[in-house]
Design a binder for this molecule. Structure first.
Ligand SMILES: Cc1cc2nc3c(=O)[nH]c(=O)nc-3n(C[C@H](O)[C@H](O)[C@H](O)COP(=O)(O)OP(=O)(O)OC[C@H]3O[C@@H](n4cnc5c(N)ncnc54)[C@H](O)[C@@H]3O)c2cc1C
Length: 431
């Protein structure tokens, strides 16, 4: 089997992974990013989600994250250079009530990621269409990650590895403790419908029509109407499908993809036939991947808990800041609001470096929605900007460990925090 050597390997080029790759390379480490899709961006580009949540403290409007997340928003024309507050964002791209920021075009994100990777080409390489599929563990370290792509199988020997797969694939295969707690939040296939002419009637009738289809057995579970005009006045972006399943089970994930596509098409057909404004509409696209809210998480050196969010626990080694409300999606049909539970709004809270450190191997960090967090608290820390902040911290830690000829598990998170502060990347729990 062919072998590639690198300082730092980032597995998964989603929200956490793209930030981790840029962060590691910009600190001078030879970095390789592998991603199973043909582009970076994860949920943003593979599912089509335009939201940058976890950036804005709702009560004050203050950005709780800086660094790469804000750099991306500036490059996409959504935030001003040096932006620190909701008022520094394009007004038509924010929803003040939620403290939510929306990018204008998810495909543009692919190009932006490509160009940032290319700018760093001296020490950052990317392999798209490359799936991490196995690991070799020796003496408490990951000796190699095995990748499958058009070259066949390749061993990648990296000094430090960051698992940004969303599902903690690398940690799981390396034998690190993980958990996957029921009920998992449902998966959602996003889709878009063009040439819609919305009226006041459109949303309420769309919900009623979906409920009738549900009751008649034509549509399984859904959230309704989940209908947003995020990209253009006549283009509906829909996040209304709701499919229970386990995304770490290949057969179940395949079933969920098929169900998601089928449900999206059912909604389109029902609306086109019966909802004012949809008469001349056409189906643009779905996916290409179904969105996965929750699957496996590591049980790491420290577990971010609901109590941490409720009490705003301070950690000296905080390397990222979260602030999103407890956004729990149920598996069953709802039509009032997409989330259930308390909807508790935490104050900006610390995410300790040790929530990125799995137990069992010394050269692996895990960033993004699969970091070490309780079932309750993941409803907040899973969002896009929080994942980017964790990714940036993990990439920084991996580069520091490489330079120091140490291991990421042995690093003092306070040092990573100091390095992040020095590069204006946060964390910014305090105003
Ligand atoms: C339907 C849905 C709606 C959501 N709505 C919002 C919202 O409105 N606002 C918000 O902020 N957040 C939202 N979220 C949550 C948020 O998008 C995710 O939790 C966030 O993407 C987490 O980032 P991540 O980097 O951990 O995972 P991802 O962005 O999913 O990235 C994981 C990447 O790893 C790659 N990968 C996976 N396995 C492998 C492997 N073995 N080898 C190589 N590559 C691999 C994937 O292709 C992907 O690119 C939503 C999530 C879903 C599913």
């Amino acid at each position: 089997m062919k072998t590639i050597k690198t300082d730092v390997l980032i597995c998964g080029g989603g929200c956490a992974g793209i930030a981790a790759a840029l962060s590691s390379a910009r600190r001078g480490a030879q970095t390789l990013l592998i991603e199973r899709a043909g582009f970076s961006g994860g949920i943003i580009t593979a599912v089509g989600l335009p939201y940058f949540d976890g950036l804005i403290d709702r009560p004050t409007g203050r950005f709780v994250v800086q660094g790469i997340a804000v750099e991306l928003l500036v490059a996409l024309g959504v935030a001003k250079a040096g932006a620190k507050n909701i008022d520094d964002c394009r007004p038509d791209r924010i929803t003040k009530y939620w403290g939510s920021v929306m990018i204008p075009n998810t495909d543009e994100f692919k190009l932006l990621a490509d160009s940032l990777i290319s700018k760093q080409s001296d020490n950052l390489r990317v392999l798209y269409h490359s799936m991490a599929c196995d690991v070799e563990v020796k003496d408490g370290r990951i000796a190699a990650v095995v990748v499958a792509n058009k070259d066949g199988l390749t061993r990648i020997e990296a000094k430090q590895i960051v698992d940004c797969t969303g599902d903690a694939d690398i940690a799981q295969w390396a034998g690190c403790p993980t958990e996957k707690m029921q009920p998992l939040m449902p998966m959602t296939m996003h889709f878009r419908i063009g040439h819609v002419n919305p009226t006041k009637e459109t949303k309420p009738v769309a919900t009623r029509v979906l409920m009738e289809a549900h009751k008649a057995g034509r549509l399984p579970e859904f959230y309704g109407p989940g209908l947003i005009f995020a990209f253009a006045k006549d283009e509906a972006y829909i996040h209304a499908t709701r499919i229970a399943g386990d995304a770490t089970d290949a057969a179940d994930l395949s079933r969920a993809e098929m169900q998601g596509r089928a449900d999206a098409w059912t909604m389109f057909r029902e609306w086109k036939a019966r909802v004012p404004g949809f008469e001349d509409s056409y189906f643009i696209s779905s996916g290409p991947y179904i969105g996965i809210r929750e699957s496996r998480r590591i049980v790491g050196e420290r577990v971010l808990s609901l109590e941490d969010l409720q009490k705003t626990t301070h950690y000296d080694d905080a390397v990222a800041t979260g602030c999103w409300f407890l956004d729990v999606h149920p598996q069953k049909t709802t039509t009032d609001k997409p989330f259930t539970g308390s909807g508790f709004q935490p104050k900006p809270y610390d995410i300790s470096y040790r929530t990125l450190v799995p137990k069992g191997v010394s050269n692996l960090l895990v960033a993004g929605r699969c970091h070490s967090v309780s079932k309750e608290a993941t409803a907040s820390s899973r969002v896009t900007v929080t994942a980017m902040a964790m990714g940036e911290a993990a990439g920084c830690g991996a580069a520091i460990a490489t330079k120091a000829q140490s291991e990421v598990a042995l690093l003092d998170g306070v040092k990573v925090r100091e390095a992040l502060v020095a590069q204006n990347a946060g964390p910014f729990t305090e105003a």
